[in-house]
Design a protein around this ligand. Structure first.
Ligand code: FE2
Ligand code: FE2
Length: 339
């Protein structure tokens, strides 16, 4: 038996070497491949958190669908919110290939054992926020997600490619809404500026804590799950957003924001990390409301899940009955039929 144990150890180190080679070559790890348990767990946590963010993220904007200012705006917002539901589903499917079911992940979310993006714990106070979320929140999501298209786990990377195409529509529709308002009345311009003031800092916090306080980043980068650090992505987002704000005619609420010739980047002030941690730990303005709403929707949908399961079981039973030959009926083998 000792030989058997040794063989297993040998196999595992071979498998680990193969895994390392795949990561090194920047190839994809697929669900059928061996992977270290810690890699699987990290991915499940990240993909689940991402999926939950898409689904919870439907709430702040869904809140305005019935109060859209025109048919056109309503059609755009409906399409956008439905896209987010689709993103959640692709991502739950990616997590399922790692062995975590959607039920199990949703239950963890509802029990507060898995997180979603802190940004969705802020309220939407006017229709202008639909524009600001599209521009800044979907914009920040794009910065985060474009590099994830090349992440080391195949199903996650492929889901991201499709998601990113839709995110770019989300950002454009938001920017176009704000641009329309900026061409309107003075009161509308003030609404845009007020909304941007509220969302700027929470949008910067979407990239997560600063690199020196982000314990998982190093390992995630070594595994090719993450390809850029939080601070790199945050800088990229600031550099990209400043010219867009100028074109729009709004400012960001940061006196420390200025171009640094030497660095070739914009300098900006430090976000309020105490606020970030408070929101992450459940004390944001809407945490309770968001989770309560999700729980209600999950509970209300229980009968649909039960009915779908019962239907699938009936179908499977019928299909099995069709395949079983009835007593007394002569059956032929393929060889016999060919004669
Ligand atoms: Fe999305
Ligand atoms: Fe989006």
């Amino acid at each position: 038996m000792t030989t058997q144990v040794n063989d297993n150890r040998y196999d595992e180190s071979q498998l680990q070497a193969q895994f390392d080679q795949t990561i090194e070559a920047k190839d994809r790890i697929e669900p059928r491949d061996w992977m270290p348990e810690a890699y699987r767990k990290t991915l499940i946590r990240q993909v689940a958190q991402h999926a939950h963010s898409e689904i919870i993220g439907m709430q702040p904007e869904g809140n305005w669908i019935s109060r859209a200012p025109s048919l056109r705006r309503k059609a755009i917002l409906l399409a956008k919110v439905q896209d987010e539901a689709g993103h959640g589903l692709y991502l739950y499917s990616a997590a399922e290939t790692l062995g975590a079911t959607r039920n199990e992940l949703t239950e963890k979310l509802i029990a507060g054992r898995q997180k979603y993006s802190s940004i969705f714990n802020y309220p939407t106070l006017s229709y202008t926020d639909v524009g600001t979320i599209g521009w800044l929140v979907d914009g920040a999501a794009i910065c985060n997600q474009v590099p994830l298209c090349r992440t080391s786990f195949g199903p996650y990377g492929r889901a991201m490619i499709r998601i990113c195409k839709e995110e770019s529509f989300h950002q454009r529709q938001g920017y176009e809404l704000l641009m329309t308002m900026m061409r309107g009345t003075e009161a509308q311009r003030e609404m845009v500026q007020e909304s941007v003031n509220r969302f700027w800092w929470p949008a910067l916090m979407m990239f997560g804590p600063p690199d020196d306080n982000s314990p998982n980043t190093e390992q995630s980068m070594a595994w090719g799950i993450k390809t850029h650090t939080n601070d790199e992505l945050r800088q990229k987002f600031v550099d990209m957003s400043v010219p867009q704000a100028e074109a729009l005619g709004v400012t960001f609420p940061d006196e420390g924001l200025k171009w640094n010739e030497e660095r070739g980047h914009y300098d900006f002030s430090t976000p309020n990390w105490d606020e970030f941690w408070a929101v992450v730990k459940g004390d944001g303005p809407c945490n309770e409301q968001r989770l309560a709403h999700r729980k209600r929707a999950w509970d209300d949908g229980a009968w649909v899940r039960e009915a779908a399961l019962a239907f699938a079981e009936n179908q499977a039973a019928e299909a099995a009955a069709d395949e079983t030959p009835a007593a007394g009926v002569e059956t032929t083998t393929p060889e016999e039929s060919a004669k």
